[in-house]
Design a protein around this ligand. Structure first.
Ligand code: CP
Length: 351
């Protein structure tokens, strides 16, 4: 949607709630920028679409039918920050629904090497493709590109595959989808206690997932982190204003036996300014078979991955370990998002 404001700075200084309205077209999401854009109603719609897709991929004629849905659309994957899961699951999701794809992962192999700006590069993508999926280390960069295309270029949907330390909305969506599937016969997502563990200050996946989870009734959240990497003040303020029951601690053992879900994260030392991560004993924010034994028998363990040492590989065999399933869910929910954004999900009923 076009903005009447003159500069991006003016536009970006508006609240998230105002900016969100610009990312809709004809009552549905056009750009996927922020986890705030997903209401419970919309998430449930997407979970349902993802369940359908998952079932269809088990049958050859289902796979063929899915491929017919968006075979007239093309997606550009522009990832200027390293990624394995987000890149590959978006690529697989595009292939699943029949979209052709192009990619730039190393700007030194594009005309950025010759001095072309990222802004011009993205405008080129919008001329050749119907959708741009992007990851960039700069917070707000995806929003800037959406603003730019909407106001000066050919507007095509943009999906944020991770922007700096601030947002990773599709990771949050796959996290919630995994929680939904894990708890759908155990009372659902509401009224449960969730622990987030590790580098909570700089982890964009935690930021985005906490925002989605906070919409559910009577959830409680434990933030287990070294004091220097506790959740950001603005996020804590939002949760407190929503009357969410939160606790902050640096003692993982003190919460492990009480929670229904443990969301582990790695140290995000790529954002270090002067080696501050080296001062942390991260082993205290780790799961081994010993401390996993303290957890409830029906609790779940999530991790956006990649991991380093914060979950021992021996834990992988524990039935509560959901992180491999979680990354597989990323393909189905991202495919669901593609069908939703291009408004073809209703065609699933023709199968
Ligand atoms: N979870 C996640 O974003 O992984 P990648 O960095 O590998 O995409």
């Amino acid at each position: 949607m076009k903005s009447s404001l003159k500069t991006f700075e003016e536009y970006f200084s508006q609240s998230v709630e105002v900016r969100m309205q610009h990312y809709e077209k004809a009552g549905r999401l056009q750009h996927v920028m922020l986890s705030h854009q997903f209401s419970i109603k919309l998430m449930e719609e997407l979970f349902d679409i993802a369940d359908h897709i998952k079932g269809m991929t088990r049958k050859p004629n289902g796979i063929e039918f899915l491929k017919s849905l968006l075979s007239h659309k093309k997606a550009m994957l522009y990832f200027t920050q390293p990624s394995t899961r987000t890149f590959l699951s978006f690529l697989t999701a595009c292939q699943m629904v029949g979209m052709d794809t192009g990619e730039v992962r190393d700007p030194s192999l594009s005309s950025e090497y010759k001095g072309e700006s990222q802004e011009d590069g993205v405008r080129v993508f919008s001329s050749y493709f119907d959708l741009i999926i992007m990851r960039d280390p700069k917070p707000g960069f995806c929003e800037y590109m959406a603003y730019l295309l909407d106001n000066t270029g050919r507007s095509v949907p943009i999906m944020n595959g991770g922007s700096g330390k601030d947002q990773h909305p599709t990771q949050a969506l796959l996290d919630l989808y995994t929680i939904h599937r894990s708890f759908q016969h155990k009372g659902g997502i509401s009224k449960k206690r969730y622990a987030f563990v590790g580098d909570l200050l700089r982890g964009r996946a935690v930021r985005s997932s906490v925002m989605l989870l906070s919409q559910y009734k009577d959830v409680e959240m434990d933030f287990v982190a070294p004091s220097s990497f506790q959740i950001a003040e603005d996020l804590e303020d939002i949760l407190r204003s929503q009357n969410i029951k939160i606790r902050k601690t640096d003692d993982l053992g003190s919460v492990l036996s009480d929670v229904d879900c443990v969301y582990m994260t790695r140290l995000q030392d790529e954002y270090d300014l002067s080696g501050e991560s080296n001062l942390i004993d991260y082993s205290q924010f780790s799961l081994t078979t010993d401390n996993v034994n303290q957890m409830k028998s029906d609790a779940i363990i999530l991790h956006p991955l990649p991991r380093r040492h914060e979950i021992s590989t021996e834990v992988d065999a524990d039935p509560r370990a959901m992180y491999w399933r979680q990354l597989r869910n990323g393909v189905y929910i991202r495919a669901a998002l593609l069908l939703y954004v291009f408004n073809v999900a209703h065609r699933l009923k023709d199968y």
